[in-house]
Structure formats: structure tokens, C-alpha cells
Design a binder for this molecule. Structure first.
Ligand code: GLA
Length: 723
């Protein structure tokens, strides 16, 4: 028995540097490593110099030795805050503390692994941390049970991150179906901030990540921190005040009771946490996350091809699939410039409504007497790719599959089978279930020219019990990733879209196996503005499914002009989701104009940085280009009527002070005059001439770009080219 836990060994400082950020960990051979710093870049060679305990006197009325925040805070051995690990063996071994650690540098100054040992609880944890040149910090934890009985795991943080005392607010995303990425701003205080999802998917309601800001931080400046759990299942994050005024931020998978029982010798790895900080405000942080996601996307051949214009059949036809109609729709789509025709829900056996068919993944013979081949060939013959909708993890009770295998659905003895949208969730962790799905999907992908799958997941997981009665949320996520990857391995040119009632499964985990996300079922351009702008905090525009829908919009009943629908969808991965056969000539001409404009600008937008800004009086804008680059595309949107006599300018601080830029307004063919300006002035007339207007970079930075008076729900787009 010893009466002190003070480390006897000297402090060593482990320092990782990014471009604009640094991490410092204080390491003693005989205790868990301590967090010392995650903040703006330190000078090379700079360290705290002295151990933390040597610089902070003990307060009154506490333990006789100091317990600072470690990289993996334990439980029951003097740390009273949130623990990174909660576990036990049949009620024993509940106290957890990593008393010694070994350091393994993988790349000096950039990446290391910390091997932590709790010899009393007989546990080992391996934490990997890397900080790259884009200031992206990636952390993952693996826990191994070295005991001789099973360890019951209640909580294992993927990462515990330190936040400095000056942080003041947290921006996270709430939401629901048809309203994803609803910004929630909470003040940080001594009360613990916490968000959790137990819905078995990334969820519309609680997005697994957040941005933490310091006072005065804006889109363009100030210190901000961001973190995201790359995971498509249950999750939990908390930010807790610590007694020096700083905070700890933990993110990890939320585990159901009894969900993880680690057998002796077994290990579990958490999902990865992707985090970053920026001293250049929200836009600087977005750039770091965009760069990271761009590196991770699984493009065939390692390179993204120009993002093809979609036509998605859902809101045009819903379940009403008639081959002549679909062929005519494909003809009309090709004529307006569509490049990928996606056959949405309604094509498989008995799928005439949402109450039947899921699981029976072969063409409905009544609708497709010769299978999907005639339609797929028709589409391809018109120069378009053919895409197909699946919802692999689901089954309707009214299906051949469920009648044959009622035990394949997740369920719990004694509990009701809870349907949602009339469907149940398959236990795809069972090899025979995922093999069935693989066989059915592979058969179609092998027989037909299908180059794209829209992979849907339209319900939360409830009564998610496995065949042995144990909880099934955790294994379901890994099985879904594995099934996606197996299909990609078999069909390397395939692209997959992640959809979940719109944006219920949007995260860096699923985007290791997918190439696009369906941002929201709400295609109302008015609602889309805020959904998309908040989405862009973490995700780049090329993965953001953005469609031009009908007016009135099916999800809200509101109508917007084609000009506004086009301007809002332009900066994502463009699609059309309406019956293009029935457009009047004028609307059709405008749609063609937007599609042509998208094709002209997509390579630029999809490889650029995206800056967001606001010009007040209901005007928001975004700018796409590279720092120091020659070309920028400026898109401003007036979301509501003006309340000012004169419009404020849009200041563009990312432009070069010493440069001059030539500005020209960008309009698609067929844009009605009323959609551009409301009252004219010589500047705006000149912007429309081939010469455009030359302006000084520093004036645009500090004085700003004049904006027109315009009607509500209009866009204004300008190309800035360095002279
Ligand atoms: C979900 C998707 C929609 C559509 C329908 C089909 O709601 O988000 O885009 O695919 O399913 O049932």
C-alpha cells in the first residue's frame, strides 16, 4: 500500500505541430500523460519548461496531491470529472487509472501512439494522435482487456480534448427530418454541456460534433475549435468545466447497457475523432475539415471526376413507375443536360407504396416485365449514367424476405416489433443477412450498367436486439460499412450516396465508403440556405446533394422562382428533382441555363475553399476560390425582403490587398431581369458588360463589394478575376 500517487519521474514534453496549431502533452513514466496544450502554433522548441504541478499550488480542502486532466482521465482514483472510461468486471475493477505510459513516435512532431497501462485493473489503452499540416488532429483509442474475466464497458471516449479557459460558446447542430443542421448556440459555463444520440444513426437530431468559439470570433477571424466523431451510430459528447477554468471535451460512441463485453484478451477500437482549430474563424476551421474530408473520400482511381448533374425520380414520380413515363423522363432529362439518372424508390417487388417490398431487391415484374435492363440501357444510350435506390438495412413485414426470414429483423423477446415507416431493421451483422443483401445488390450491379447507388436508411433503431438477445446498435454500424465496402471492392467504379430520410447519416465515417450525401429531403430553396450553410462548416460542397425541386416545394408548400432554386443549388453537387417533361418553355430554358452554369463552374467550386459571410439585412454570401488565387465566384442570396433603403456592401477579407480584380456578373441564360436587380445604378450596368468593372483588392477587403437592391429570394453572382 502506498500513500502517494505523485509521479516520481521527471516531466518530458511531447509536442506536435501543425501549420497553425500545436499540442503539448506532459509525460511522466509513472502516470498517465497530462494534457498541457491544444492551441495556436507554438514556436519550434517551445515547451512549458516545468511540470504542471510545479506551477500550480494546491487549493484548500482537497486531496493531498493534484490530479490534472490526463489524456484518458480515469475513475475512482482521485479524478472527479467525467471519465474517459467507465467499466467493471462483475462489479469489481471499477476504479480505473492508467499509472504508466510508453510513447511510440510514428512521425516525429506529427504522430504518436501512447500505450497506457492500468496494472491494477489489468487494462491497456492505445491512443493514437496525429496532427497534420492542415491542423487536423485525429485521435483514436483502443482498449484491451488483459484480465481473465470479461470487462463490461459502459463508456470509452474516443478522445478527450483540452479546451482553454477563454472559450465561451459551443455551436452544435440539432434538427429533424426536413430540417437538418439546425444551429444551436449554447454558452459554456460550469454546467456540463452534453449532446447524445441513441437513434442508431448519425441522426437528424444530434449531429456528432460541434464548434467551440472564443469571444469575438467571427466567420473570418478569431480562435475556434471543432471536433467530430466519424461514426454513423449512437454517440455522445460532453464539454465539462474544470477547476482552472479550462474545459475537457469528450466524444465517443454511446453504448447501450451490456453492449460491449470485452472477453479476456479482446480489444475494442473507438471510432476516430477528427478535430481542428483555427485562428481564422469559422471559415478557417471549415477549410481544415474540407481539406481532411477531401483526402479521405474513396474516389475510384484516387481522383474525383466532375460531379455529374443528377435527375432523381423521387419527387417527380414517387412510386408511380411506368416504363414509358420513365423513358420519356430520361429523354427529357438528357435534353436539359442531366448526366446521371437515378431511379429512386418504387422499382422493386410490390413497392407501390411505402408499406411493402423492402428486402425484395429485384424488379417488380408488373412495372418492369423485362427487368430494369430496358430502362438502364435507355438511360445509358442517352449518354447518362444510371443510378439505383436501395435501402439495404430495412425490411417491410409485407415482403417475401420477411415472410421467409422473420427472425432476420432486429427484435427483442417480449417487446413489440416497433415499425417506423412500416419497416423493420435487418440484423445485418448476421453473415447470412449481409450475404443475402450483397448477392441481391451484386446481381443487379453485375448484370446492369449501374454506376451509382443511393443508399437509404429511413428509420431509427428501436428494439435493436440481436439473435442472442444482446444490444445490436454498435455491430450494425460496422456491418453497414463492411457491406458498402464489399460492394465497392467488387465494383470499384461504383459511387454511393448516403441518405437517411435526407440527412440522417452524414458523417466522416460513412464518407469513407460513400461519395455524396443527400443533405435533406427538404428541397425548398428558402429552407435549404441555412441547412447548406451549416453543412458547409464540416463538409465540402462537392459531396452536398443539392437539387432544384418543384414550386411549390413538396416539403413546405412554399414556392420560389427557378432563379432562386438554381442559385441555391449551384454550389453543391447539383441535381434536378422534378418532372422535367412538364415544364413551361420559360422555366425549362432557365433550368437549362442553371445546369450549363453549374457545368461551367463545378470544377472551380468543387476544388476551392468556401468562405461564408453575411452582409446584413437578410443577405448572406459565399465565395469560392483559393487564397491568393486568380478566380473567385461570389454568390449572394437575399433570403427575405430588405428593410434598408440602401444595401450594405460585402467585405471580402480573403482577397489580396495589392491585387486588382475584374468583376463581371454571372447570369444563367434565360434569367428574368426582375430576378437580378430592382432599380439600377451605373456600377451594376457596367458589371454586365464584357469588360466588367475593375476594382482594387484592398477596397474589396475593407470597403466591400456593392450589392444591388433586389427582390426577396433572389441571387446575385459575380466572377472576380485577378487582373
Ligand atoms: C427517403 C429519402 C428520399 C427518397 C425516399 C424514398 O425519404 O430521403 O430522398 O429516396 O426515402 O422512399
Amino acid at each position: 500500500m502506498t500513500y502517494t500517487a505523485l509521479p516520481a519521474s521527471p516531466a518530458e514534453f511531447l509536442v506536435l505541430h501543425g501549420r497553425d496549431s500545436s499540442l503539448v502533452i506532459e509525460h511522466h513514466a509513472d502516470e498517465g500523460p497530462l494534457w498541457r496544450y491544444w492551441g495556436p502554433r507554438l514556436a519550434d522548441g517551445a515547451t512549458p519548461g516545468l511540470a504542471l504541478r510545479d506551477s500550480r499550488p494546491l487549493p484548500s480542502f482537497m486531496l493531498d496531491h493534484d490530479q490534472p486532466l490526463t489524456v484518458m482521465p480515469g475513475f475512482g482514483v482521485g479524478w472527479f470529472g467525467q471519465s474517459a472510461l467507465l467499466a467493471h468486471r462483475g462489479g469489481r475493477d471499477f476504479s480505473l487509472a492508467f499509472q504508466r505510459a510508453e510513447v511510440q513516435w510514428q512521425t516525429p512532431g506529427r504522430a504518436l501512439a501512447l500505450l497506457l497501462h492500468d496494472d491494477t485493473a489489468r487494462l491497456q489503452a492505445r491512443l493514437t494522435l496525429s496532427l497534420d499540416a492542415h491542423d487536423v488532429l485525429r485521435v483514436q483509442t483502443t482498449l484491451t482487456n488483459l484480465g481473465d474475466t470479461a470487462l463490461e464497458l459502459q463508456w470509452l471516449a474516443a478522445a478527450t480534448l483540452p479546451l482553454p479557459a477563454e472559450v465561451s460558446a459551443v455551436r452544435s447542430f440539432a434538427g429533424q427530418h426536413n430540417h437538418e443542421f439546425l444551429l444551436q448556440v449554447d454558452a459554456l459555463s460550469r454546467s456540463t454541456w452534453r449532446r447524445e444520440s441513441r437513434r442508431g444513426r448519425t441522426s437528424h437530431d444530434n449531429w456528432p460534433g460541434a464548434v467551440v468559439t472564443t469571444p469575438g470570433a467571427t466567420e473570418h477571424q478569431g480562435l475556434v475549435f471543432g471536433a467530430h466523431l466519424a461514426w454513423s451510430g449512437n454517440h455522445q459528447q460532453s464539454i465539462e468545466w474544470l477547476h482552472d477554468g479550462s474545459y475537457q471535451w469528450q466524444l465517443g460512441e454511446w453504448l447501450a447497457p451490456g453492449e460491449v463485453l470485452l472477453a479476456p484478451g479482446a480489444a475494442i477500437s473507438t471510432p476516430e475523432v477528427v478535430a481542428s482549430l483555427s485562428t481564422a474563424g469559422l471559415n478557417g476551421l471549415a477549410a481544415n475539415f474540407h481539406a481532411e474530408l477531401r483526402r479521405r473520400l474513396p474516389w475510384a482511381g484516387g481522383r474525383m471526376t466532375p460531379r455529374p448533374v443528377h435527375l432523381n425520380t423521387w419527387e417527380g414520380l414517387y412510386f408511380d413507375h411506368q416504363l414509358p413515363d420513365l423513358m420519356a423522363l430520361a429523354d427529357a432529362a438528357a435534353e436539359v443536360g442531366v448526366e446521371r439518372f437515378v431511379l429512386d424508390d418504387g422499382w422493386f417487388l410490390g413497392r407501390h407504396h411505402d408499406r411493402a417490398g423492402l428486402g425484395d431487391w429485384w424488379a417488380d415484374p408488373g412495372k418492369y416485365p423485362d427487368g430494369l435492363a430496358p430502362l438502364a440501357r435507355h438511360v445509358v444510350a442517352r449518354g447518362m449514367q444510371f443510378g439505383l435506390w436501395f435501402e439495404p438495412e430495412m425490411v417491410n413485414p409485407d415482403s417475401e424476405l420477411h415472410r421467409a426470414h422473420p427472425d432476420w429483423a432486429l427484435q427483442l423477446d417480449g417487446r413489440p416489433m416497433l415499425t417506423a415507416r412500416h419497416q423493420l431493421v435487418l440484423d445485418i451483422s448476421r453473415p447470412e443477412v449481409s450475404q443475402y443483401l450483397f448477392d441481391k445488390m451484386d446481381a443487379l450491379l453485375s448484370a446492369l450498367p449501374i454506376s451509382y447507388i443511393k443508399w437509404d436508411h429511413n428509420r431509427d433503431l428501436a428494439a435493436a436486439g440481436l439473435a442472442d438477445g444482446r444490444p445490436g446498435w454498435h455491430v450494425q454500424v460496422g456491418a453497414a460499412y463492411a457491406l458498402m465496402q464489399r460492394l465497392l471492392d467488387r465494383h470499384p467504379a461504383l459511387e454511393i450516396e448516403s441518405c437517411s430520410g435526407g440527412g440522417g447519416r452524414i458523417d466522416f465515417g460513412v464518407l469513407r465508403h460513400t461519395h455524396r450525401v443527400w443533405t435533406s429531403d427538404c428541397i425548398d430553396a428558402g429552407s435549404r440556405v441555412s441547412i447548406q450553410r451549416h453543412f458547409l462548416q464540416f463538409f465540402p460542397p462537392e459531396v452536398m446533394g443539392a437539387h432544384i425541386g418543384t414550386a411549390p416545394a413538396h416539403s413546405t408548400g412554399r414556392s420560389q422562382a427557378m432563379a432562386y432554386r438554381g442559385a441555391v443549388a449551384l454550389s453543391g453537387h447539383l441535381g434536378v428533382e422534378l418532372d422535367v417533361r412538364h415544364l413551361d418553355a420559360d422555366t425549362r430554358r432557365q433550368l437549362c441555363g442553371w445546369i450549363a452554369l453549374y457545368k461551367q463552374w463545378r470544377d472551380h467550386i468543387h476544388a476551392s475553399r468556401t468562405w461564408l459571410g453575411e452582409a446584413g439585412d437578410h443577405v448572406v454570401w459565399q465565395l469560392h476560390g483559393q487564397p491568393g488565387g486568380d478566380d473567385f465566384l461570389f454568390i449572394s442570396l437575399r433570403t427575405a425582403p430588405s428593410g434598408h433603403r440602401y444595401q450594405r456592401t460585402a467585405r471580402l477579407p480573403m482577397l489580396e490587398a495589392g491585387a486588382r480584380y475584374r468583376l463581371r456578373v454571372v447570369t444563367p441564360d434565360g434569367l428574368p431581369e426582375s430576378q437580378l436587380y430592382c432599380g439600377s445604378a451605373p456600377f451594376f450596368d457596367a458589371l454586365r458588360t464584357p469588360e466588367g468593372v475593375e476594382m482594387d483588392g484592398d477596397w474589396l477587403r475593407q470597403g466591400g463589394l456593392p450589392l444591388p437592391r433586389s427582390l426577396a429570394e433572389t441571387g446575385f453572382i459575380v466572377h472576380l478575376h485577378k487582373c
